[in-house]
Design a protein around this ligand. Structure first.
Ligand code: SF4
Length: 233
Protein backbone atom coordinates (compact mmCIF):
# COMPACT_ATOMS: atom_id res chain seq x y z
CA UNK A 1 0.00 0.00 0.00
CA UNK A 2 1.10 3.56 -0.66
CA UNK A 3 0.87 5.84 2.37
CA UNK A 4 2.60 9.21 2.40
CA UNK A 5 3.29 11.14 5.61
CA UNK A 6 0.68 11.22 8.32
CA UNK A 7 -2.15 8.71 7.97
CA UNK A 8 -5.32 9.92 9.66
CA UNK A 9 -7.87 7.22 10.21
CA UNK A 10 -11.25 8.60 11.20
CA UNK A 11 -11.71 7.23 14.74
CA UNK A 12 -15.37 6.48 14.12
CA UNK A 13 -14.57 3.93 11.38
CA UNK A 14 -11.58 2.07 12.82
CA UNK A 15 -11.87 -1.07 10.72
CA UNK A 16 -12.29 0.40 7.28
CA UNK A 17 -9.64 -0.09 4.59
CA UNK A 18 -7.82 3.13 3.76
CA UNK A 19 -7.07 4.21 0.19
CA UNK A 20 -4.75 7.14 -0.45
CA UNK A 21 -5.97 9.09 -3.49
CA UNK A 22 -4.35 12.41 -2.55
CA UNK A 23 -1.37 13.36 -0.45
CA UNK A 24 -1.19 16.23 2.01
CA UNK A 25 -3.61 19.14 2.31
CA UNK A 26 -4.29 21.85 -0.27
CA UNK A 27 -4.50 24.49 2.47
CA UNK A 28 -1.91 23.34 5.03
CA UNK A 29 -2.04 26.62 6.97
CA UNK A 30 -4.37 26.00 9.94
CA UNK A 31 -2.54 27.15 13.07
CA UNK A 32 -3.58 24.18 15.19
CA UNK A 33 -2.64 21.48 12.66
CA UNK A 34 0.79 20.06 11.96
CA UNK A 35 -0.36 16.87 10.27
CA UNK A 36 0.75 17.55 6.71
CA UNK A 37 3.43 20.24 7.10
CA UNK A 38 6.06 18.13 5.39
CA UNK A 39 3.85 16.76 2.60
CA UNK A 40 3.14 18.87 -0.49
CA UNK A 41 -0.35 18.34 -1.85
CA UNK A 42 -0.75 16.21 -4.94
CA UNK A 43 -3.10 13.63 -6.37
CA UNK A 44 -1.73 10.11 -6.05
CA UNK A 45 -0.67 8.55 -9.36
CA UNK A 46 -3.59 6.55 -10.71
CA UNK A 47 -1.27 3.49 -11.00
CA UNK A 48 -0.69 3.62 -7.21
CA UNK A 49 -4.42 3.83 -6.57
CA UNK A 50 -5.04 0.81 -8.80
CA UNK A 51 -2.22 -1.18 -7.18
CA UNK A 52 -3.59 -0.44 -3.72
CA UNK A 53 -7.12 -1.43 -4.75
CA UNK A 54 -5.81 -4.75 -6.03
CA UNK A 55 -4.06 -5.30 -2.70
CA UNK A 56 -7.21 -4.46 -0.71
CA UNK A 57 -9.23 -6.76 -2.99
CA UNK A 58 -6.83 -9.63 -2.24
CA UNK A 59 -7.13 -9.15 1.55
CA UNK A 60 -10.78 -8.12 1.75
CA UNK A 61 -12.66 -8.84 -1.50
CA UNK A 62 -16.03 -8.32 0.22
CA UNK A 63 -15.17 -4.84 1.55
CA UNK A 64 -18.31 -2.74 1.75
CA UNK A 65 -16.76 0.41 3.21
CA UNK A 66 -13.66 2.44 2.50
CA UNK A 67 -12.10 5.68 3.71
CA UNK A 68 -10.27 7.81 1.16
CA UNK A 69 -7.11 9.70 2.17
CA UNK A 70 -5.53 12.16 2.68
CA UNK A 71 -6.58 15.47 4.33
CA UNK A 72 -9.06 16.64 1.70
CA UNK A 73 -9.49 14.25 -1.23
CA UNK A 74 -12.83 15.95 -1.83
CA UNK A 75 -10.89 18.78 -3.49
CA UNK A 76 -10.50 16.68 -6.65
CA UNK A 77 -12.93 17.65 -9.37
CA UNK A 78 -15.82 15.40 -10.34
CA UNK A 79 -13.90 14.37 -13.48
CA UNK A 80 -11.05 13.08 -11.33
CA UNK A 81 -13.14 11.56 -8.53
CA UNK A 82 -15.70 9.69 -10.67
CA UNK A 83 -13.14 7.40 -12.42
CA UNK A 84 -11.57 6.60 -9.02
CA UNK A 85 -14.98 5.68 -7.61
CA UNK A 86 -15.63 3.49 -10.66
CA UNK A 87 -12.28 1.80 -10.13
CA UNK A 88 -13.18 1.14 -6.48
CA UNK A 89 -16.34 -0.67 -7.65
CA UNK A 90 -14.37 -2.60 -10.27
CA UNK A 91 -12.04 -4.12 -7.65
CA UNK A 92 -14.45 -4.10 -4.69
CA UNK A 93 -17.84 -4.95 -6.22
CA UNK A 94 -19.65 -5.09 -2.88
CA UNK A 95 -18.66 -1.52 -2.01
CA UNK A 96 -21.52 0.45 -0.46
CA UNK A 97 -20.07 3.26 1.60
CA UNK A 98 -17.28 5.56 0.47
CA UNK A 99 -16.21 8.12 3.04
CA UNK A 100 -13.94 11.10 2.47
CA UNK A 101 -13.09 14.40 4.08
CA UNK A 102 -12.78 17.87 2.69
CA UNK A 103 -12.72 21.59 3.28
CA UNK A 104 -15.82 23.72 2.84
CA UNK A 105 -14.18 25.26 -0.22
CA UNK A 106 -13.79 21.80 -1.80
CA UNK A 107 -17.52 21.67 -2.48
CA UNK A 108 -17.30 24.70 -4.72
CA UNK A 109 -15.67 23.01 -7.68
CA UNK A 110 -18.65 20.65 -8.03
CA UNK A 111 -22.22 21.25 -9.04
CA UNK A 112 -25.08 19.79 -7.01
CA UNK A 113 -25.69 17.44 -9.92
CA UNK A 114 -22.08 16.21 -9.74
CA UNK A 115 -22.39 15.67 -5.99
CA UNK A 116 -25.55 13.63 -6.60
CA UNK A 117 -23.73 11.53 -9.20
CA UNK A 118 -20.89 10.90 -6.72
CA UNK A 119 -23.53 9.82 -4.21
CA UNK A 120 -24.87 7.37 -6.80
CA UNK A 121 -21.31 6.09 -7.15
CA UNK A 122 -21.17 5.31 -3.43
CA UNK A 123 -20.12 8.55 -1.73
CA UNK A 124 -22.14 8.22 1.45
CA UNK A 125 -20.43 10.58 3.84
CA UNK A 126 -18.32 13.73 3.70
CA UNK A 127 -16.52 15.06 6.76
CA UNK A 128 -16.25 18.84 6.53
CA UNK A 129 -13.70 20.53 8.78
CA UNK A 130 -15.86 23.60 9.42
CA UNK A 131 -14.33 24.29 12.90
CA UNK A 132 -16.29 27.51 13.49
CA UNK A 133 -18.86 29.89 12.06
CA UNK A 134 -17.19 32.88 13.68
CA UNK A 135 -15.04 34.98 11.31
CA UNK A 136 -12.68 36.18 14.08
CA UNK A 137 -12.01 32.58 15.12
CA UNK A 138 -11.60 31.46 11.52
CA UNK A 139 -9.07 34.26 10.91
CA UNK A 140 -7.16 33.52 14.12
CA UNK A 141 -6.71 29.86 13.19
CA UNK A 142 -5.92 30.69 9.54
CA UNK A 143 -8.71 28.46 8.32
CA UNK A 144 -8.78 30.09 4.91
CA UNK A 145 -12.50 30.80 4.59
CA UNK A 146 -15.25 32.75 6.30
CA UNK A 147 -18.72 32.13 7.64
CA UNK A 148 -20.36 33.29 4.42
CA UNK A 149 -18.49 30.58 2.48
CA UNK A 150 -19.91 27.98 4.86
CA UNK A 151 -23.42 29.34 4.46
CA UNK A 152 -23.36 29.62 0.65
CA UNK A 153 -24.74 26.10 -0.03
CA UNK A 154 -27.66 26.49 2.34
CA UNK A 155 -28.33 30.03 1.04
CA UNK A 156 -28.72 28.83 -2.52
CA UNK A 157 -31.81 27.00 -1.26
CA UNK A 158 -30.67 23.65 -2.64
CA UNK A 159 -30.26 22.07 0.78
CA UNK A 160 -33.05 21.71 3.35
CA UNK A 161 -31.59 21.34 6.85
CA UNK A 162 -33.58 19.28 9.36
CA UNK A 163 -35.54 21.13 12.04
CA UNK A 164 -34.65 20.60 15.73
CA UNK A 165 -37.59 18.21 16.07
CA UNK A 166 -36.63 16.26 12.94
CA UNK A 167 -33.04 15.90 14.19
CA UNK A 168 -34.28 14.49 17.50
CA UNK A 169 -36.70 12.14 15.71
CA UNK A 170 -33.91 10.94 13.45
CA UNK A 171 -31.65 10.29 16.45
CA UNK A 172 -34.45 8.46 18.28
CA UNK A 173 -35.13 6.25 15.25
CA UNK A 174 -31.43 5.45 15.06
CA UNK A 175 -31.20 4.61 18.79
CA UNK A 176 -34.33 2.42 18.66
CA UNK A 177 -32.83 0.35 15.85
CA UNK A 178 -29.32 0.10 17.26
CA UNK A 179 -29.05 -3.44 18.63
CA UNK A 180 -25.34 -3.89 19.43
CA UNK A 181 -23.67 -2.88 22.67
CA UNK A 182 -21.26 0.03 22.31
CA UNK A 183 -20.30 3.42 23.65
CA UNK A 184 -22.90 5.91 22.48
CA UNK A 185 -21.49 9.39 21.92
CA UNK A 186 -23.38 12.45 20.74
CA UNK A 187 -20.34 14.67 20.66
CA UNK A 188 -22.09 17.70 19.27
CA UNK A 189 -24.97 19.31 21.10
CA UNK A 190 -27.65 17.74 18.94
CA UNK A 191 -29.96 16.67 21.71
CA UNK A 192 -29.75 19.38 24.35
CA UNK A 193 -29.23 16.61 26.93
CA UNK A 194 -26.10 14.61 27.56
CA UNK A 195 -26.71 11.09 26.23
CA UNK A 196 -23.08 10.01 25.92
CA UNK A 197 -21.53 7.11 27.77
CA UNK A 198 -20.51 3.43 27.63
CA UNK A 199 -22.79 0.35 27.97
CA UNK A 200 -25.33 1.53 25.42
CA UNK A 201 -27.73 -1.41 25.69
CA UNK A 202 -28.21 -1.01 29.44
CA UNK A 203 -29.02 2.69 28.88
CA UNK A 204 -30.97 2.38 25.62
CA UNK A 205 -34.45 2.75 27.14
CA UNK A 206 -33.38 5.79 29.16
CA UNK A 207 -31.87 7.41 26.06
CA UNK A 208 -35.06 6.81 24.05
CA UNK A 209 -37.18 8.19 26.94
CA UNK A 210 -34.96 11.29 27.20
CA UNK A 211 -35.30 11.89 23.46
CA UNK A 212 -39.09 11.43 23.63
CA UNK A 213 -39.25 13.99 26.44
CA UNK A 214 -37.24 16.45 24.37
CA UNK A 215 -39.44 15.88 21.30
CA UNK A 216 -42.71 16.30 23.24
CA UNK A 217 -41.82 18.85 25.92
CA UNK A 218 -38.39 20.33 25.07
CA UNK A 219 -38.04 24.00 24.30
CA UNK A 220 -37.16 23.44 20.66
CA UNK A 221 -37.25 27.17 19.81
CA UNK A 222 -34.66 27.80 22.49
CA UNK A 223 -32.51 24.94 21.19
CA UNK A 224 -32.70 26.34 17.69
CA UNK A 225 -31.74 29.81 18.96
CA UNK A 226 -28.83 28.32 20.92
CA UNK A 227 -27.58 26.50 17.84
CA UNK A 228 -27.99 29.62 15.70
CA UNK A 229 -25.99 31.73 18.15
CA UNK A 230 -23.18 29.27 18.77
CA UNK A 231 -19.87 30.86 17.80
CA UNK A 232 -17.87 27.63 17.71
CA UNK A 233 -18.44 23.89 17.83
S1 SF4 B 1 -7.46 22.03 6.34
FE1 SF4 B 1 -7.40 20.29 7.78
S2 SF4 B 1 -5.60 19.11 7.23
FE2 SF4 B 1 -5.42 21.11 6.21
S3 SF4 B 1 -4.17 22.33 7.61
FE3 SF4 B 1 -6.31 22.73 8.13
S4 SF4 B 1 -6.86 21.23 9.73
FE4 SF4 B 1 -4.92 20.55 8.78
Amino acid sequence: MHFTGTVYRNPYWPTWPLLEITQGCTHNKCKFCTMYKEVPFRMSPIEWIEEDLKEIAECDPGARTIQLLSANPLVLTYDKLAPIFEMIHKYLPKMEYIYLAGRVSDLKNKTVDELKKLKDLGMREISLGVESGDDRTLDRIHKGYHAEDILEEAQRGEFDPLSEKEMLEELKLFVENLKCDCSFITHHTISGVNLSGPDFLSRKERIVAALERQISHGDLDRMEALRRNKRTL
